[in-house]
Design a protein around this ligand. Sequence first.
Ligand code: NIG
Ligand code: FE
Length: 425
Amino acid sequence: MQDMKKNIIIKNASQIVTSSGFSAKFGREMSDLKVIDQGEVVIENGIITAVGNAKDLPPTERLDNFYVIDASGKAVLPGFVDSHTHFVFGGYRPDEFILRLRGASYMEIMSYGGGIFSTVQATRKASKDELINKGIKRLDTMVSFGVTTVEGKSGYGLDHDNEIKQLESMVELDRIHPVDVARTFLGAHAVPHNYEGRPDDYIKYLIESVLPEVAEKGLAEFCDVFCEEGIFSVDQSRNLLLEAKKQGLKPKIHADEIVQLGGAELAAEVGAISADHLLQASDKGIQALAKAGTVATLLPGTAFSLRQPYARARYMIDHNCAVALATDLNPGSCFSESIPLIFALSTLYMGLSIEEAITALTINGAAAIGRAKDIGSIDVGKKGDLLILEYPSYNYIPYHIGVSTVEKVIKDGKLIFDKRQTSPH
Ligand code: NIG
Ligand code: FE
């Protein structure tokens, strides 16, 4: 492996592929990939200091203390950013999967006290150490798919102590695991049983008794809400998100997932950093997102797993939205860390080109968590977060259906995964 060498150089790459830049790509910009043949990337102290065709860069012999990777016959891309997950949770729900195979719907299962509530019970029971240990395993799986930054949400506590426990577990995971963990407060994921029939009171409780501590301790950068028929209305969601904004958290919304409720319109109105799911989003809502510059984060694994129609990605890109793609990893609607699945679904079934899908999983994913200045592309000054494919071209990513094509992952300039040597970090 890399030993103690602080710097890294990747040479002879058949392609360096990146959606270059420092902000989200909208509409047609999403297909502008920069492809450098015979490329070289230099990372010093964790930061990219040079990238280009070898003949345009100064000779690398001047550089001491470098770990050299020969990427002949291989393509190099930015590390993937999985910008929407619920990866910290207790318990599992395979029984619900079986119920859904037999025809039960996601909301039906929830209305009988299963679904999110079942995971809330298990997460409340779990200790912080248990959550952290399971989190490490899930992050290791993500790394094997080329993910170098992940967003994780709370929302399986639904009370002060357990929401804080989930967020603190993610703070610790961010510290001990090479993958960066961006945190989102999703206390408004469901109305807990002790507030049944009183969603307004529960929102008030979150605003008064949980949000201030989350904000003060910097436990989360974002505040999300499940804005859905029978969960939280548009008005309740607006109330929470405006308050969160006042307290310094950036709004996100689980919007128009099951019913067309106006979640996309609300996201644009409150200046959300992203609106997520959007399976049922209206034309007007989509156009409002494009205008507001809110990233439209699509989660095709969830539509696939729930057997719902996919979000209208093509319409969104054609109407100048910035589209991101993410897994939505969670124990209910989509129990999968699989980036290869997301590539397969988005290119084969949602009408995205391979170039657009790469942009959606790199720079636009970074923009969805406010990090496009630091990650999401191979540009000088950004973090040295890269992946090396087993194949010479990025076209192999979706072509090798449902299988990871990632051979090596480099995070902050360190080799953290090598398929040929197995052990992740
Ligand atoms: O994004 N829609 C709400 N939340 C998650 C699912 C959470 C769960 O079922 O545990 C989602 O699909
Ligand atoms: Fe989600």
